[in-house]
Write a protein that binds this ligand. Sequence first.
Ligand SMILES: *Cc1c(COP(=O)(O)O)cnc(C)c1O
Length: 403
Amino acid sequence: MTSTEEFIELSERRSAHNYHPLPVVIHEAQGAWVTDVEGRRYLDCLSGYSSLNFGHGNPKIIGAAQEQLTRLTLTSRAFFHDQFAAFAAGLGDLTGKDMVLPMNTGAEAVETAIKVARKWGYEVKGVPDGQANIIVMEDNFHGRTTTIVSFSTDPDAHDGFGPYTPGFKIVKYGSIEAIREAVDANTVAVMLEPIQGEAGVLVPPDGYLTQVRELCSAENILMIADEIQSGLGRTGDTFACDHEHVVPDIYVLGKALGGGVVPVSAITANEDVLGVIKPGQHGSTFGGNPLACAVANAVVELLRTGEYQERARELGAVLHDRLRALIGKGVVTVRGRGLWAGVDIDPSLATGRQVSVALMRLGVLAKDTHGSTVRLAPPIVVSEEDLLWAVDRLAEALAEFAK
Ligand SMILES: *Cc1c(COP(=O)(O)O)cnc(C)c1O
């Protein structure tokens, strides 16, 4: 089997159609560039939905993984292993929190945050058993488990998977008034993405995160920030909450924490919150395994100097400048922060999918979301020259549709 068509035909025939991939079959990658099975090269402007913030084959991350791979990969948490202490302390320090609880996928970390918030509600806040509620946002994306899709407002994610888990109140994103109205005596948490990624890189109004923080503190409610996609350098800060100097009670992390190598997720919080979990009450066989910890330790090390954050901020300014210049030339609006942009395409010209396919033919990999948005999130290691080249390809694609 050698051709793109053969790989796609067999993949589509023998796998569930839970994704709608672009017709490209990737064989290898380095830095910001991938190569397909026919030898064509593409600039990766998706980065595995921000899992590859530090680039494909990052030498520090791959080096740590290779060293760990041949020495010790799994113990289960029945025992300690020698990568775990550095992981807990390092990720705790990066987030300024006392404690971490490692899982694997993002959805598992979100589930963990929900469970911890409920338990904290019953044991610390004194909410009557079984009565806790968590305030979540319209157009959220927190993963795909049955509980998480219970409070999704996206019909594709939600419909047909009931019965649904109760205990969530959905409010409008970006409105502090909406949260204030939803709060009651049994509210244990407000959970949000500081920038909504899947919804199309929606940035809330300035001051919103600060207002949420103040409201949560005043009402004795936990603020949970799902930074799975927005965190770890993407927006030009370590966390998107940093933009407003806001510190949530619980950070939810994933994606880039695994360095593009293995799934690694975690929540971090102070002891007054995460201390409610006792032995046997929550866990995961692979959570915090030696390979995962070695990779995450390399990621945390990369973020310690701030150079990736600064690079995302500087290149992000260039990216947003150039994208804004396309407004009126096939682009309706541009949103985002740092090296992360949601570009709304003029629907009279083309769909986001059509633009993504056209970009692919021109050597740029990006993905549409919600019909008319194209999301751009190249690895932070991308060169400025390559980044500008990608924006030129977008301009070229849009010009073709305008003909
Ligand atoms: C991707 C994502 C998740 C889910 O992570 P998985 O690893 O796919 O389970 C949750 N929240 C946000 C904000 C995400 O972007």
